[in-house]
Ligand binder design. Structure first.
Ligand code: P5A
Ligand code: ZN
Length: 483
């Protein structure tokens, strides 16, 4: 099958990404005069909305309730859980003034909402009978990131932060929730055709205040891993800090158990990156603002022109009636070639060309954005053909991305091979590991890369040794260059 090239996409990925979000009018990052903050433009906003629709759909149908908490968190709340504030201290933006007055209590722009949500939960939840409780919100959070900021990938205002927070009457139920959350994210990423690996983060890299963190990572076209979602078992750390107790079934009082999990703008960055090519975006039909664009090919005479235009409009109406998001590009000041190029950059999954031949002979020519392949279908079966092709585009994008990720993960017992793999940016290396922090950190140093953690669910290793200390390995350690 023909495929548009993915040369710049691969060899010059960061620049390709900056180019594509601007050229497709998704996100204006470079021009807003605050570092780490960008603007969702109309076309990008529609993609973002559709991604969020899928997420809300999944969360709502699993008993999550949407809420909206204030942006500002008073200093004493944010400081309650000591590990948490230690982890975030260097990243908090503080509001210190109201007008000309200095505030008595400094207010943080939330870097995440465990503290403010736990505080309010302590008033709302009194009994195990109210549990489990699952809240979520989609908000901006602010983190004064010191690593290189990047559009959508490392922001200082994360504008599409979906955070879920849950409360449980036992450790076991909280762990069950961790699995439910992982499954919810699996479904979410699967629907977007985003491939991932799931790892339990090493203890030295878990979320500040959590007992443990399970992370979803994917590999970007330049071979760097990107964390695209995390699920944390918070245990009783926050409920204890807020003296939040509930009545249990046996009438005793105890601190409830919590989890939290989040995804961000990174999901949209990944969607764009993993499906795109040198010509621009390639959008999965489910999130494409426009699924089919119809481009009339105007013939010479005015009378024929009208015929073609009318035929294009009729086809547009038929598709719209069938629930397809369709646009007829009837601009008169642009040539068809320029229109093709424009909609290719924007990643519209299908393009239908309607010329005089098509109008007269009763067929349509449909071009797929992913493969650039052209197929002909009878006009009478156009709606069916479009439906079928949209399904095929979705499936083949998923398949291509899945294959791509598979090729980016290498298992080896040799530190040298792993270093070479990571260094040449082929992706993630998996090495046998004894499970001791000392050896894990040593491997990070040796490879000059980050440990993503161990496979989840756990994959025991038999017969291999930790390449650092020579003890029996108990699991694999994944290591990669990261964003
Ligand atoms: C879980 C939700 C939390 O903040 N509290 C509420 C928990 N976890 S997290 O891992 O710190 O963040 C969740 C996900 O957000 C993405 N992310 C970012 N995206 C863009 N720019 C940033 N600066 C940024 N920081 C975190 C990651 O995908 C992370 O998994
Ligand atoms: Zn070891």
């Amino acid at each position: 099958m023909p495929q548009p090239p993915r040369e710049k996409w691969q060899s010059d990925f960061p620049r390709w990404f900056d180019w594509v979000i601007e050229a497709a009018e998704v996100y204006d990052y470079g021009r807003y005069p605050v570092k780490g903050m960008g603007v969702w433009m109309p076309y990008g906003f529609q993609i973002r909305r559709r991604v969020l629709d899928i997420l809300r759909d999944i969360l709502d149908s699993t008993g999550h309730e949407e809420v909206l908490f204030p942006l500002l968190i008073p200093e004493h709340l944010l400081r309650k859980e000591s590990e948490h504030i230690r982890g975030f201290e260097g990243e908090v933006y503080w509001v210190t003034h109201g007008g000309l007055e200095e505030l008595d209590v400094k207010l943080a722009l939330r870097p995440t909402s465990e503290t403010s949500i736990t505080y309010m939960e302590s008033f709302w939840i009194k009994s195990y009978r109210q549990l489990p409780k699952k809240y979520y919100q989609v908000v901006s959070v602010f983190r004064y990131e010191t690593k290189a900021t990047r559009p959508m990938i490392r922001l200082r205002e994360v504008t599409t932060f979906k955070e879920a927070h849950t409360v449980h009457d036992s450790f076991e139920d909280a762990e069950r929730q961790v699995i439910e959350a992982i499954n919810a994210y699996r479904e979410f990423f699967d629907r977007l055709g985003i491939p991932y690996i799931i790892s339990r983060r090493p203890d030295w890299d878990k979320f500040a205040g959590a007992l443990y963190t399970i992370a979803f990572d994917t590999v970007m076209p330049d071979g760097r891993a990107l964390q695209i979602g995390t699920v944390h078992l918070l245990g009783q750390n926050f409920t204890r800090a807020f003296d939040f107790k509930i009545q249990l079934a046996d009438e005793s009082l105890d601190y409830p158990w919590q989890t939290s999990y989040g995804v961000s703008d990174r999901v949209i960055a990944t969607l764009i990156s993993l499906h795109g090519d040198d010509r621009g975006l390639v959008l999965p039909p489910e999130v494409a603002p426009i699924q089919v664009v119809i481009v009339p090919i105007p013939p010479g005479s005015d009378e024929d022109r009208l015929k073609v235009l009318e035929e294009a409009k009729r086809l547009g109406e038929d598709l719209a009636k069938a629930g397809v998001r369709v646009k007829v590009d009837d601009r008169e000041d642009e040539r068809p070639g320029a229109k093709f190029y424009y909609w290719e950059t924007k990643g519209v999954p299908l393009r239908i060309e309607v010329g005089l031949k098509e109008a007269k002979e009763g067929f349509v020519t449909i071009a797929r954005r992913d493969t650039l392949e052209k197929v002909k279908a009878p006009r009478s079966g156009a709606v069916e053909a479009v439906r079928k092709l949209l399904g095929e585009v979705k499936a083949s994008l998923e398949e291509r991305a899945r294959e791509y990720l598979k090729e980016r993960i290498m298992r080896t017992t040799s530190i040298d091979d792993a270093r070479e793999w990571v260094e040449s940016r082929r992706g993630v290396a998996e090495l046998p590991w004894c499970g001791r922090e000392e050896c894990g950190r040593r491997l990070e140093e040796d490879l000059n890369a980050r440990a993503l953690g161990t496979p989840w669910p756990p994959e025991p290793v038999k017969g291999a040794r930790c390449p650092v200390c020579g003890r029996d390995a108990v699991t694999w350690l994944r290591i990669a260059k990261t964003y």
